[in-house]
Design a protein around this ligand. Sequence first.
Ligand code: HEC
Length: 148
Amino acid sequence: MKVFFGSLVVFLFLSCNSSEKVENKVVITDGTKTYDVYQPSEMSSLMKGMYAYNMQLKADIEAGKELTGEFPEEFLDIHSAVLSDTKLRNENFKHYSAKFIEAQRDIFSQDSLSSVEERYNNSINMCLSCHKTECTGPIPKIKKLLIK
Ligand code: HEC
């Protein structure tokens, strides 16, 4: 019961909107018990990875560490990862995914005139711009990535 409750909470927080909560749920029955299993799409797994990565980046920037890493090329999967059944790779999505990749790459640029905080926040604002039209659920969570 405890396990089930845990996964349900994750589910409610991270889904784009209420209709998807139903669509992404797979019910598994083993004869005696029924389990509701959340099936993340390739895109949602990528998004979770991008979230975790940027959380670490924020911590490093706030701690004043010099960024030694490079732009993670895996993020380019945003152009091809399979979305949930309810989501489409429409023109809006394509527009913002290109903008986001550009902004995220810019964080690691050596010869930029703007500060790293500014460039980092720009890229998080691109997450938010896309989410405002494509997937509103995680917006409060993404806002926490912004450096104040
Ligand atoms: C080009 C549009 C776009 C950009 C840019 C974007 N997202 Fe998303 N995000 C989506 C869509 C669409 C989904 C839903 C994916 C699905 O259901 O297949 C999603 C899902 C998510 C989820 C929910 C994952 C889950 O648990 O199912 C989180 C969290 C998230 N994004 C965070 C981020 C963060 C952080 C960034 C920037 C670092 C970002 N997104 C950039 C469109 C975008």
